[in-house]
Structures are given as structure tokens and as C-alpha cells.
Design a binder for this molecule. Structure first.
Ligand SMILES: Cc1cc2nc3c(=O)[nH]c(=O)nc-3n(C[C@H](O)[C@H](O)[C@H](O)COP(=O)(O)O)c2cc1C
Length: 327
């Protein structure tokens, strides 16, 4: 039987399939259910920088830009809860005590503000690692790529200075010169989680109004993280985790072949239930058995660009073939 053990952010996991930060990991009971279903680890539901700033008195002076952002304000008034910080630290502590699998805390942040000192409290509460979901919407017409990217670096450095536990960065794919940016960013942390799935927007043309887009991913969305993980593997510092569109065991195999150490799954578990984790594990193990691999490190990164030596010209030719083929 295939050995599914793997290491991620220096943590030893029984298997590479994690429950992604989501409502499923937002309560102690939810975390316990994930562990019982055999998750390799859990990433807890994120606490938002704005929630931390709102509660930790004096962190942000009145009028601080972090608190006047209208979306942040709306979030806090609509969804923020009293004692969110205590509640979160309790979630970390209890999850660590009960789950028996690594517990990765998560903070959703937009600045390297004073909130970063909260990271050390997450560590004290017992988190095995900390994932930072950094999302700065690149929608300001006057903002440059360099300004945006600098903030990502500042956040990573600021948090790394405050904690001894491993830190991973969950980021999106919309950057200029993505490989160069992520390669640099990887040196500031212990791992990259690729990619954040942004809030989608749609229009309701009957009511003529803006509505939310699809909350859950589709299988084909995995092709974006797959491509970039295969490009980055072997060239970046630390571990890579694949998220967005990982729906079955075949997708787990692909992510590992590309060079990921783990996958983080949400939509497929919402759709099929936590029992789906077991099926994904079985499919991974069956594929390994069928291909004669006893351990993950025997095939991890086998189809990465570094190992296949795919040159830019090769990609260009594939692109040309597809374009010509559909004419
Ligand atoms: C209902 C829901 C809640 C989520 N909440 C968070 C969150 O709090 N923090 C975070 O970093 N990602 C959050 N995510 C994103 C997931 O962690 C994951 O990265 C994303 O859904 C892509 O993976 P998937 O294709 O398996 O769904 C959420 C996703 C869903 C569907």
C-alpha cells in the first residue's frame, strides 16, 4: 500500500490533502470532523486584519486608512463579531488540543500594520503554522505594480519577524512578471499557497444589478495553479501548495507531479461532503500503486518545468498548435 506521508512547512503530515481555509474549519467541531475524515492538516477559517484591528484597542488610530476602507467597515459591521480575537485564539487552542493533526491558522490581511503583532498570539495559542491570505485588490488606477508588490513583501517580513512557526503566503495569480515576483516572495516565507480564488462578480440582467459570482470552483480552474506550480517548482524557496479546482484524486496526483507538497480543498468538500477526502486519498494511493510509486517523493515534481526542461519555445509551439488547431 502506498505511503501517503509528506512534509509541508516542516510539518509531518499523514497525507497531502488539507481542508482549505473555509467555513468547514471555522469551528472546533468542524475541525474535529475534518480530522476524523482523515485530512492531512487543516487551515483554519481566516480571521480578518480588520477584525483584529477593530478589537485590539489602540492598534489603529482613528482615521487610519486600514479602518476607513468601506469594504472593511461593512465587513465589521455586518459580519464582525464581538470578541472575534478571543474566539479565534480559542479556536486555535482547542483545535490543536483536539484535532491530532497539524493546525494552520489563517489571517486575511491587506497591510503590514500594527495587527501583525497578533501573529505571535496565534503562535502562543498553539498553531503549528500560519497562513497569510494577502489580497490587495489591484483596482486603483494610480497604483503601480511595484507599490502593490512592496506591500506583500512588507507583510511577509513583518509577520516573520514576530513568529517562530512556519509562515505561508496565499496569494493570487494576477501580478506582473508572476514567476519573478513569487520567486522573490518565496524567500520571505516558508511556503506559497497558489492561488487564492478571488471573489467573483456577475450581473443580474433582469434586475440590472451586480451580484456575487460562483462561490465554488470548477475542476478546470485547477489548470492555472497546475501550470504555475510546475513552472515554479525547483526554483523557489520552501513548499508549494495547490489550491483552487482540486476536486479529486487525479487532481492531487497532478499537483504533486507539478511539484506541490500539498493541496488545499474546499469546493469539492462542500459539494460531496467530508467523506470525499477518503475517496481522494484512495484514488491517490491507487494511482501510486498502479504506477509503482511507494512514496510521494518518488514522483513529486516529476512533471515540473525544471525536471522536464520545458523551454519557453516549447510552450510557444503548444500555444501555436492549439491556435491553429481550432481555426
Ligand atoms: C465558503 C468558502 C469560504 C472560504 N473562506 C476562506 C477564508 O476565510 N480564508 C481563505 O484564505 N480562503 C477562504 N476560502 C478559499 C478556500 O480556502 C480555497 O482557497 C478556494 O475555495 C479554492 O479552493 P477550491 O477550489 O477547493 O474551493 C473560502 C472558500 C469558500 C468556498
Amino acid at each position: 500500500m502506498a505511503d501517503l506521508r509528506t512534509s509541508y512547512l516542516g510539518l509531518e503530515l499523514a497525507n497531502p490533502i488539507l481542508v482549505a481555509s473555509s467555513g468547514m474549519t471555522g469551528s472546533i467541531d468542524g475541525v474535529r470532523r475534518c480530522a476524523e475524515a482523515g485530512a492531512g492538516a487543516v487551515v483554519l477559517k481566516s480571521i480578518f486584519e480588520e477584525q483584529i484591528a477593530h478589537e485590539v484597542e489602540g492598534l489603529y488610530p482613528p482615521g487610519d486608512p486600514a479602518m476607513v476602507h468601506p469594504e472593511a467597515y461593512d465587513y465589521i459591521t455586518a459580519y464582525g463579531r464581538d470578541h472575534a480575537v478571543d474566539h479565534y485564539l480559542n479556536l486555535v487552542e482547542q483545535s490543536r488540543a483536539l484535532a491530532g493533526i497539524p493546525v494552520i491558522a489563517s489571517i486575511h490581511c491587506v497591510s503590514a500594520g500594527a495587527w501583525t503583532e497578533f501573529a505571535s498570539r496565534v503562535e502562543e495559542a498553539g498553531a503549528h503554522a500560519l497562513e497569510l491570505n494577502v489580497y490587495l485588490p489591484p483596482t486603483r488606477m494610480t497604483q503601480t505594480a511595484a507599490e502593490l508588490e512592496t506591500t506583500y513583501f512588507e507583510i511577509a517580513r513583518s509577520v516573520k519577524r514576530r513568529v517562530g512557526i512556519p509562515v505561508s503566503l496565499k496569494v493570487g495569480s494576477h501580478f506582473t512578471a508572476l514567476a519573478g515576483f513569487l520567486s522573490g516572495l518565496s524567500r520571505e516565507a516558508d511556503g506559497l499557497v497558489l492561488f487564492n480564488r478571488y471573489h467573483r462578480m456577475d450581473f443580474d440582467i433582469d434586475r440590472v444589478e451586480i451580484v456575487g459570482g460562483a462561490i465554488h470552483s470548477l475542476e478546470h480552474e485547477m489548470q492555472v495553479p497546475l501550470r504555475w506550480i510546475s513552472i515554479l517548482a525547483g526554483h523557489v524557496h520552501g513548499d508549494l501548495a495547490a489550491t483552487t479546482g482540486v476536486h479529486d484524486g487525479a487532481a492531487v496526483v497532478k499537483a504533486l507531479l507539478a511539484g506541490a507538497s500539498t493541496v488545499q480543498v474546499a469546493s469539492a468538500l462542500y459539494r460531496h461532503g467530508l467523506g470525499h477526502l477518503g475517496r481522494m486519498r484512495d484514488e491517490l494511493a491507487a494511482w501510486m500503486d498502479a504506477h509503482g510509486f511507494a512514496r510521494i517523493d518518488e514522483f513529486k515534481g516529476m512533471l515540473s518545468r525544471a525536471r522536464t526542461r520545458t523551454p519557453d519555445a516549447y510552450e510557444r509551439v503548444q500555444f501555436m498548435k492549439t491556435s491553429v488547431g481550432i481555426e
